[in-house]
Design a protein around this ligand. Structure first.
Ligand SMILES: Nc1nc2c(ncn2[C@@H]2O[C@H](COP(=O)(O)OP(=O)(O)O)[C@@H](O)[C@H]2O)c(=O)[nH]1
Ligand SMILES: [Mg+2]
Length: 449
């Protein structure tokens, strides 16, 4: 393999700050350090240095930190030049190291190298990005646990149990001619059942992790003037949307990211659904339908002062069957009703007043319940849709293997199903992953990470 090139990036966010860091990784690091600082930098010690341009002019004065391979984040020689955090200084310093043979790093390239050099597995590398981007304390803590390897350890334990089972089944294949009934062993069925239960538990955990990571999308819909925009304002805690008593005020789609007990939620306000001749409003309603199709949950707002709740039935009949709906009876202050939840069979109804904030806590609780979120934050791990999908596929293969085993099916087919399940688990930690997927994962990271 060709020697890897040396990459460089500004690792601190763009803009002005007390400190700005140019980070490098690769074989040329010692030579570049020597040229920029005018002397060799001792490993793992902060050293004050003047960073100089090619003609000897001082660019900045700061700290140089050198981590020789393999004891570094990427596993290669790593250098951090910590200067003053101004965009011009950082640009000059970056241009200088590029002049010395480094090239600009792609997003996530440092972490990609850490993964390729075995410093982190794929789930941990993803947790690095999730930690940086975490939008809540709960998500940050969960990402940290995944980064420390808790999620990967669970996956690896599952893989090992799978391998043990495979070894046993494959022995049955090898000794097929002899009179030993390998597959008739009852413990095999127990082990496979146990494995299924463990994958199911891991899947539940991962689904929770995705919720923590990405949240769910809640779309507010209903007839005009029922208080949809008042509701998004109330949940967001500020005047995000314009509220008037003119029907058809909201024409565009408005999105707010909010937190309910540390869980991210994307709340979407939309134009009221009604027949209209106004072309702008028509477009708003078309967009509202687009959002409704993509929602994880629909809040159908109705006006409590209207006897029939202002035609929610007509709207409800048109909503996609696959998306769960919660009816929000708003404006209860006008009919002197108390807030409350009715959840008996059909679509649940929450009665609130968005204008006065009454009953909104009840609604928040409902949202958490609807997300299927359990309050066991202490054990939560961060996860991505990719992990959930791999776990589901592994589960399906395992189920197939179990059914074959129970039916004393063909050992070759059982072994194959187990092998496929094993591969799916391996994808999570990056044991079997193609370059395309790696490229897609790391390209979403920030530059310098
Ligand atoms: N009394 C009362 N008025 C409300 C309530 N919620 C909204 N409104 C009023 O109803 C009108 C329409 O509200 P808006 O949020 O713009 O409704 P939208 O068209 O569904 O977005 C405004 O005049 C609001 O002040 C409520 O809970 N109680
Ligand atoms: Mg509105």
């Amino acid at each position: 393999m060709a020697e890897p090139d040396t990459i460089a990036a500004v690792a601190t966010p763009p803009g002005v700050g007390g400190i700005g860091i140019v980070r490098l990784s690769g074989p040329r690091v010692p030579a570049i350090a020597q040229a920029v600082a005018g002397r060799a930098i001792a490993p793992r010690r902060a050293q004050l240095a003047t960073f100089r341009d090619a003609d000897g002019t001082a660019i900045d004065q700061g700290l140089a930190l050198y981590f020789p391979a393999p004891a570094s984040y990427t596993g290669e020689h790593v250098l951090e030049l910590q200067g003053h955090g101004g965009p011009v200084v950082m640009d000059l310093l970056l241009a200088r190291v590029v002049g010395l043979g480094a090239r600009l790093a792609r997003p996530g390239e440092f972490s990609e190298r850490a993964f390729l050099n075995g410093k982190l597995d794929l789930a941990q590398a993803e947790a690095v990005a999730d930690l940086i981007e975490s939008g809540s304390r709960a998500a940050a803590r969960a990402a940290m646990r995944s980064l420390q390897g808790e999620f990967s350890t669970r996956i690896e334990a599952l893989s090992e149990a799978l391998i043990a089972l495979r070894v046993h089944i494959e022995a049955a294949l090898d000794f097929a001619d002899e009179d030993i009934d390998f597959l008739g062993d009852e413990t095999l069925l127990h082990r496979s059942a146990d494995l299924q239960a463990r994958i199911a538990a891991c899947l539940t955990g991962a689904e929770q992790g995705v919720l923590l990571n990405e949240g769910m999308t809640v779309v507010i819909t209903g007839a005009p003037n029922v208080g949809k925009s008042s509701l998004i304002n109330c949940l967001a805690g500020f005047e995000a949307a314009i509220v008037t008593d003119v029907p058809g005020t909201t024409r565009d789609v408005l999105r707010e990211r909010i937190h309910v007990r540390g869980l991210p939620l994307h709340i979407v306000d939309t134009a009221g659904l009604q027949e209209t001749a106004d072309v702008v409003e028509q477009e708003g309603i078309r967009r509202a339908w687009e959002q409704i199709e993509r929602a994880d949950l629909i809040l159908l707002v109705t006006d409590a002062t209207h006897p029939a709740g202002r035609a929610p039935d007509a709207i409800q009949a048109q909503l996609p069957a696959a998306v769960p709906v919660e009816i929000v009876r708003n404006k209860i202050d006008l009919c002197d009703e108390p807030p409350g939840v009715e959840d008996n069979g059909a679509t649940p109804v929450v009665s609130i007043s968005a204008k006065h904030g009454t009953g909104v806590d009840l609604l928040r609780e409902r949202l958490l319940q609807r997300m299927g979120y359990r309050h066991n934050e202490a054990g939560a791990l961060i996860a991505r849709r990719r992990h959930v999908s791999s776990l589901r596929q592994a589960q399906a293969h395992l189920r197939e293997a179990h059914a074959l085993l129970a039916a004393r099916g063909d050992a070759g087919l059982i072994a194959e199903a187990l092998q496929l399940a094993h591969r799916r688990l391996g994808e999570i930690v990056g044991e079997f992953t193609n370059d395309d997927l790696l490229g897609r994962i790391f390209s979403t990271f920030c530059i310098g990470k």
